[in-house]
Design a protein around this ligand. Sequence first.
Ligand code: ATP
Length: 503
Amino acid sequence: QEDHFKKVISHAKEYGYIFGSSEIYDGLSAVYDYGQNGAELKKNIRDYWWKSMVQMHDNIVGIDASIFMHPTTWKASGHVDAFNDPLIDNKDSKKRYRADVLIEDYAEKLNQKALKEIAKAKKRFGDKFDEQEFVTTNPRVLRYRKEQETVLQRMARSLEAEDLADVKALIEELGIADPDTGSKNWTDVRQFNLMFGTKLGASAETATDLYLRPETAQGIFVNFLNVQKTGRMKIPFGIAQTGKAFRNEIVARQFIFRMREFEQMEMQFFVRPGDELKWYEHWKETRLKWHLSLGLGEENYRFHDHEKLAHYANAAADIEFDFPFGFKELEGIHSRTDFDLKAHEEFSGKKLQFFDPELNENYVPYVVETSIGLDRMFLAVFSKSLEEEELENGSTRTVLKLPAILAPVKAAILPLVKKDGLPEVAQKIIDDLKYDFNVTYDEKDAVGRRYRRQDAAGTPFCITVDHDTLEDESVTIRDRDTMEQKRVKISELATILHEKIDF
Ligand code: ATP
């Protein structure tokens, strides 16, 4: 798995998907740039999301709010007071860690020990192994699981109560050491706000302190009435948005999984108070279906229902994905109650209510949100698509099996040779297709090498122009995944590509 992850990172660079930010200056930690193919893939994921969420729903509309917002927004939303991570430093190594992540890693080790016991027993008992029975009776497994639960519960309780001394005590009692140096010489735990601050205005005296938004949701809440009134929206309805968000993440590792500057795709759905849990279930199901529609494999997704809820939520679940480093959150679905709109009413002094003609009453709507990281979705799609495939002749090929609808380049047009008028025919095909599809031209190297190059770049179709083309106006179309080749008329190409790529 670790190996696969390394391959994902180097492949993303080699094929123009992702570069480290300002690399010539040795990069900037947890900040990345998307290259020529990455920008296309990212745009296609965003479009696929927008189309299914906005275009396909007549009661959902999209907006584009600013990254800068009035600073009071973040007081109302609770981010100034509560958007914190508990930090701890190691006095010897001078390294900084998130205390909750250190404890979670410890708990995960207990989980791994339990899984090892289960795997051992499975091997020993073969077909007769009853896992359910084993995990409920084996004393070692029970002990590991119990300890794991106790540790996580105590951490959750202490964080909830802002009892940072107890979080430190827990780290000491568990004997957790600096993962790099083994030192157990820790400082106290303190809260660190994740928002980036900046200033608006020229002179130091009059400048206002601002934050870069840490989530896109608040741009939707503050515009709730603008959109409802001007769009004449009736509850239930949704407002969608994609855009950049910024968080000063401390544990910034795992490539584009956790970035300091990233993009979110969020939809806030406004419902009648009391209906929120019904809609929460609806959106959980709908969002999982969206993921499954890409065909990356059902086994790669699972729900994780939250027991510990954020201050604004009355139900929350993650859709987790099997990343190269295990199952982790990809998307969150949260029932946010009327927390945000009520808070904005209170801080702004403006009413944010909806008159419901059926009930003949005014109320502050409840909100169910779906929130997904575009970059995280990129990593999910990219890492699952990258395969080293054994071929029948014993050789291997590297193939990036991106869903065709998301692939940056849909087809490569290849003249078999660089002469005899074949390049001109290829160019003519490009000129016909380029209005509808992102297509590319390649004439360098033997055609087999060119196929491999397009396989690795993720191009789903190769269209080859050969000498017969001059006679029969037909070309060969090759499928990246099956490597099957078919002879088709040039005049049919656009229809064939539309059929395979549109949704
Ligand atoms: P995590 O627990 O992984 O930090 P979160 O629970 O803080 O995530 P939310 O605030 O619910 O995340 O944000 C919604 C989505 O935004 C997440 O599901 C994730 O896909 C994405 N996201 C959040 N933080 C980052 C980040 N630092 N880099 C990339 N994507 C992120």
